[in-house]
Design a protein around this ligand. Structure first.
Ligand SMILES: Cc1cc2nc3c(=O)[nH]c(=O)nc-3n(C[C@H](O)[C@H](O)[C@H](O)COP(=O)(O)O)c2cc1C
Length: 341
């Protein structure tokens, strides 16, 4: 298989990104610094931004909300909103910014977004989601996708899920990323909503069987490559969230396992070394090192010195006036520990 393989979508003129393996959108976690770091580990994983609301894009600091480093590509922008007109404007801006995909968030359960008709509550309004998708597709040639749950409380039958997917598909969407648990919109925090409702992969697999023409990506609770591979017998792709963040070295196996690309893999130390010039640039622009290194704490997970690395970058870093010196010292310490191991 050609790792760059792409197929034209009927609704778009831009090539579809390969979604066989993606890293989930995660607020406060998958910012541009995490994505730059993740891209050094996997060349092919599709990376999603944090959710950005239409209000932030249209009325906020554009560079902050849409800016990214070209090395991060392929990157998909996730939008939160429910006004077709505003989403269309944002999709056009996303296209101009060069994003590989625009994804609509229909899975976030937080109260704050519900009050603004954003996220999982939209599963109760399939026609509106369809209108949003159509308006976005009409405004740009970038592929438009939807990320949703298998249901929400009070609306969690398989038939209702099929109605949702069928309606949004009729509006033009051909790629759905499905978090395989329902969202409970009252009484659970967003964190609890990622843990308490049971995972039901069989529902997502059934969805693929009933809509074989659609691309169905499975998300939720995936941590091991073996389980991901097994799911790929039933669905078109897997999206991984927390594990890809806490254990970023998982991404080192992804290019070979899912994209059939067995290029020589950099070592953890090489990745660390490659982050240095990026950090230097960020410092020179007035940023702080921990903005970047907070995403790298799990790099050595499972290896000697992992705890030391994590501790230095999460505590000592805040006490030093010479962050790059700390970084260099830590590099040497990790190198020595790995050589001894
Ligand atoms: C810290 C955090 C922030 C998240 N933010 C978003 C978000 O902005 N948009 C979204 O669609 N999902 C968000 N999610 C949900 C993830 O995309 C994913 O659906 C969920 O974590 C399940 O996948 P996992 O079990 O592989 O982590 C977030 C999850 C976490 C842990």
């Amino acid at each position: 298989m050609n790792p760059q393989a792409s197929s034209p979508s009927p609704a778009t003129t831009r090539p579809e990104p390969n979604r066989r393996f993606s890293v989930a959108p995660m607020m406060d976690w998958t910012d541009r610094h995490y994505r730059y770091f993740a891209r050094l580990i996997s060349r092919h994983a599709l990376l999603y931004t944090e959710m950005v609301t239409t209000g932030a894009v249209l009325h906020g600091d554009r560079e902050r909300f849409l800016g990214y480093h070209s090395a991060e590509q392929p990157v998909a922008l996730q939008l939160g909103g429910s006004s077709p007109q505003e989403l269309a404007q944002c999709a056009a801006l996303a296209e101009a910014a060069g994003y590989a995909e625009v994804n609509l968030n229909v899975g976030c359960p937080s109260d704050r977004v519900q009050n603004n008709m954003i996220g999982a509550c939209l599963m109760a309004h399939p026609e509106l989601v369809g209108d949003c998708v159509k308006a976005m597709q009409d405004a740009c040639s970038t592929p438009i996708t939807v990320k949703h749950r298998i249901g929400i409380n009070g609306r969690d039958s398989y038939q209702q899920l099929c109605d949702f997917v069928g309606t949004v598909h009729a509006a033009g969407c051909t790629s759905f990323t499905v978090h395989a648990r329902i969202a409970i919109l009252e009484g659970l925090s967003p964190k609890e909503n990622r843990e308490i409702p049971p995972l039901r992969y069989e529902v997502v697999q059934q969805l693929k069987r009933d809509f074989p023409q659609l691309e169905i990506i499975l998300n939720g609770g995936l941590t091991s490559l073996d389980v991901m591979q097994a799911q790929l017998d039933h669905v078109d792709g897997v999206m991984v969230g927390r594990e890809a963040y806490h254990n970023p070295w998982l991404l080192a196996a992804v290019d070979q396992a899912f994209f059939n690309d067995d290029h020589p893999q950099p070592t953890r130390l090489e990745v660390l070394a490659q982050m240095r010039p990026y950090i230097e640039q960020h410092l020179a622009a007035g940023g702080q090192m921990h903005h970047i290194t907070r995403h790298m704490l799990g790099l050595f997970q499972g290896l000697p010195g992992a705890r030391h690395f994590r501790r230095e970058l999460s505590t000592t870093i805040h006490r030093t006036e010479q962050p790059l010196a700390l970084f260099d010292q830590l590099f040497e310490q990790m190198q020595a520990r790995l050589e001894r191991a």
